[in-house]
Design a protein around this ligand. Structure first.
Ligand code: ADP
Ligand code: MG
Length: 257
């Protein structure tokens, strides 16, 4: 198997419990390198939890989760699993960019400072180099004219684009988006989706939790429908939206298309 055949993400029967209650009930999902996987499903079905498991912000209680062919968060020795040390987990996590519904920018830092913070602190990139990179990234998300603006001076759409640039500054091989446009005023959704579409065209592997069905249809290579802690249907968007197989998928899409 060549490196390119290694799935970017491979989840096998992933189980997650909170206070004894099973929230993820055996999630299976494989995503190829360069693929854009859109995850849809009702609120409370476990989409955010699953994303957080992918970068080990949540520990899984069963099954297995591989990112880039490596077990996420654990080392297997014989038939035993040992959790990796925090520093090793941090190193792995650094290769996975995450963009949340809320922009989570540092309010006391400018757009450019927000973007250079992690590369300097985590990757030890020299300030000059980080600044050059940061400016390129902010230009890429259409914000070269707002380098020195503070988050409070930016619209929600601009803040979310800074958040995307900040994630990209760590040179991730995988980007996770958790409803990145849900908190935005409708007129600002498009500019964020445009940036994401550009990333997809450049070949970035992306897992996108979204209610933007038009985006999923146009940009997604596959759409997975999650309900009640499991992925119950996954198919290319044309199939998913035209011929959903599962009754629960049909019921969900009937409400959301
Ligand atoms: P979605 O993103 O699909 O709306 P979530 O993954 O946020 O769903 O939540 C799935 C379920 O897990 C919900 O019932 C939620 O209350 C529960 N849950 C999520 N995070 C926690 C947590 N840290 N502690 C306890 N319950 C949680
Ligand atoms: Mg969620």
């Amino acid at each position: 198997m060549s490196e390119h055949d290694t799935p970017a993400v491979a989840a096998y029967q992933v189980v997650k419990r909170f206070h004894g209650q099973e929230i993820l009930k055996g999630v299976d999902l494989q995503i190829r390198q360069g693929e854009v996987a859109c995850l849809i499903g009702p609120s409370g079905s476990g989409k955010s939890t699953f994303l957080r498991c992918i970068n080990h912000l949540e520990k899984i209680d069963g099954g297995a989760l591989y990112v880039g062919g490596e077990l996420m968060g654990y080392r297997r020795v014989g038939d035993k699993l040992y959790e990796l040390k925090e520093a090793e987990i941090a190193r792995k996590r650094a290769g996975i960019g995450m963009v949340f519904q809320r922009f989570n920018l540092f309010g006391h830092m400018t757009a450019l400072e927000n973007v250079i913070e992690a590369p300097m602190r985590v990757r030890k990139v020299p300030r000059g180099e980080a600044l050059d990179q940061g400016k390129i990234l902010l230009e890429r998300v259409g914000l070269s004219h707002r380098l020195n603006a503070y988050p409070s001076q930016l619209s929600g759409g601009q803040q979310q684009r800074v958040a995307i640039a900040r994630a990209l500054a760590m040179k991730p091989t995988l980007m996770l988006f958790d409803e990145p446009t849900s908190a935005l005023d409708p007129e600002l959704v498009g500019e964020v989706l445009d940036v994401m579409r550009g990333l997809a065209e450049e070949g970035m592997t992306m897992v996108v939790v979204t209610h933007e069905m038009a985006f999923a249809r146009e940009v997604g290579d596959c759409v997975a429908f999650m309900d009640n802690g499991a992925i119950i249907e996954k198919s290319p968007p044309a199939e998913m939206f035209q011929r959903p197989q599962h009754p629960r998928t049909r019921a969900f899409l009937a409400k959301h298309l």
